[in-house]
Ligand binder design. Structure first.
Ligand SMILES: Cc1cc2nc3c(=O)[nH]c(=O)nc-3n(C[C@H](O)[C@H](O)[C@H](O)COP(=O)(O)O)c2cc1C
Length: 175
């Protein structure tokens, strides 16, 4: 059996996962609905980024055995531009701490761009962004600013949607 699993809080990772499920015919599940991760041969995991953590990913892959017999594809969904290598290197560094070395080395990893609507954020997420953007990012000296911090400043308190199914092409070719 093959599956598309998503970890999503506001729906952008879910949208990408729905599209991949339609294109591949693989069944779609949220990470919290997965009972036995070892029952799948191909696992496509699409999860959104929260302070570098990929929603549900660590929990999902923790119980995986016989890693080398499986096809594993992981895509992150975040607001930082994945065309920028500095951003994707940073995301991958974070992922190393959330996966076993075996899973990290074996998985094909992709990065997608999501969406954010500040008016819909929970109180907790809204406060996290306020802390991060207003108190950390905005106070960084110019030489410490990068594509990721610029994107955060530009999108702060706005509604932006970078979801683009065309960017799924390399992932779908890999399946
Ligand atoms: C509290 C908070 C932390 C975030 N941290 C990151 C991050 O570390 N990197 C990133 O690229 N995007 C980050 N984002 C943006 C989300 O990843 C982006 O909005 C994503 O599309 C949300 O996906 P979802 O709707 O599936 O939950 C963050 C958003 C919030 C609200």
């Amino acid at each position: 059996m093959d599956t598309v699993i998503y970890g999503s809080k506001y729906g952008s990772a879910k949208k990408y996962a729905q599209e991949v499920s339609e294109k591949t015919g693989f069944e779609l599940k949220s990470y919290d609905e997965v009972n036995d991760i070892n029952s799948f041969n191909t696992i496509i995991y699409i999860g959104s980024l929260y302070a570098g953590g990929v929603t549900g990913m660590q929990k999902t892959f923790k119980k995986l055995t016989k890693v080398k017999d499986k096809k594993i594809i992981i895509a992150t969904v975040g607001i930082a531009d994945p065309e920028n290598k500095e951003n994707t290197d940073h995301i991958k560094d974070g992922m190393k701490g959330q996966l076993s070395e075996e899973v990290f080395d074996h998985a094909k990893i992709f990065h997608l761009r999501g969406a954010i609507d500040y008016s819909k954020l929970s109180f907790k997420h809204s406060m996290m962004m306020k802390m991060l953007v207003k108190m950390v990012v905005a106070k960084l000296p110019e030489e410490k600013q990068n594509a990721e911090t610029e994107a955060m400043l530009e999108t702060y308190n706005k509604q932006v949607d970078f979801i683009d199914f065309e960017t799924l092409k390399p992932l779908l070719e890999c399946v």
